[in-house]
Design a protein around this ligand. Sequence first.
Ligand SMILES: O=C(O)CCC(=O)C(=O)O
Length: 346
Amino acid sequence: MATVSKRLLLTDFVSSNKIDQIPSNYIRPLSQRPNLDRVFHDSIPLINLNHLHGPNRGHVIYQIGQACRDYGFFQVKNHQVPEYIITNMLQTAKQFFNLPEHERLKSYSDDPNKTTRLSTSFNVRTEKVANWRDFLRLHCHPVDDYVNEWPNNPSLFRDHVSEYCRSVRGLALELIGAISESLGLDEGYISEQLGKHGQHMALNYYPTCPQPDLTYGLPGHTDHNLITILLQDDVPGLQVLRNGHWVAVDPVPNTFIINIGDQIQVISNDKYKSVLHRAVVNYDKERMSIPTFYCPSPDAIIGPAPELVTDDEPAVYRRFTYAEYFDKFWNRGLSSENCLDLFMAT
Ligand SMILES: O=C(O)CCC(=O)C(=O)O
């Protein structure tokens, strides 16, 4: 069996050793393995956002509401994020993970409270089994508050990533307005609950893995934030839990994958569900994914929308600050249980 890696980052362990077995600290117990031969191949709803502004808006809102209720996941096309911005983002991310180790390590930290940091797995301070992933996590709204702490190698990193962040924020705001309306709330209701708003992103790099059936890029988890806008390259890896089965969501060019996070589940008073998903890794293909986590600012107070609380459907959750939730999420670690059970109304 391969020994535990002494390198800080998985990328460097994989590229410097010809391994045919994964180190023991990445191996999941038998009952927690991905069972890749039992995964279904199916699709999630694909929604055309072309008509979000115009006479057919009502129909698009209806489709979004249905997808949030029935799947917790959907894809969008005609999303108004220009193709060149997406191409630059993916290329920049690849270039970053191809930099020499000493250059990447300038951004390394295992402190989840740092607003810019390169790390590995999920939370190396608390977890018992490691995940087959390195990631660069960036806070990115307002961009000007954070851009100077981001890597400046590759040389266009800050330009390309900030352009991407601003453009994806536009999409996030459109979707949040549409989700609000789909719940029967004012278009601006959810946006108004988010304080100054927050936006984080991860550049996830999953190296090739000699034993993908023993480990995960990321095990099943829900997202702690409001909505996630996922960009992925052309390599499969994302799987979503649907009716008790894992379903592979293979990449479709020029689309983003959107999923509902825990905060929408709270605001919607459980009408919309934050759904378990996971990233598996590939034997012969490395993979990159770039989720944007749109979220409330730390001081924002989140709770069920009063219009969605009735005698028949009382508040499922208490009110809490997003800072409280974020802290619990990172310290609890990724698991099939989300943190919502810690925030139930009494
Ligand atoms: O890589 C993926 O497709 C999923 C990433 C993800 O779920 C995450 O970063 O939280």
